[in-house]
Design a protein around this ligand. Sequence first.
Ligand SMILES: [Zn+2]
Length: 133
Amino acid sequence: MWKDDDIRIMNILDSAEVNEKKQFPVFCPICGKKEGHLYFHKYSDNENVGGMWTWCSACKHSAHTRFKLSEWWKNLEIINFQELSSHPDYLEKNKIIIDEWINKLIQHNFIQSSTGNQMGAYTVFGNAESFQR
Ligand SMILES: [Zn+2]
């Protein structure tokens, strides 16, 4: 069902650039529909390593990688780590609440974007340890 062979789906991360005040869902970098989603999950509270998922509900492209997360990231409580896998079936089912959560976190942590400083996705969220699979 999911197509994980097109790395462009990772560009959803760039959509989270704060100054553009984008709200999830964002435009999919592959099919152009406004169905792009993003979620992170910290593996435990006292480390900053977690997983990152980007996916599009319309064209079903997805990507998953290990990610070094920013300190402010908080897992969404209803997301059960045991249900997560490399493909985002479970995340897709919860996409509405995930979009609300990430929009809220971005707004709460990055309201200072009025300073005009460009903050890219890597500043905002941390960085991927590797894009290789
Ligand atoms: Zn798409």
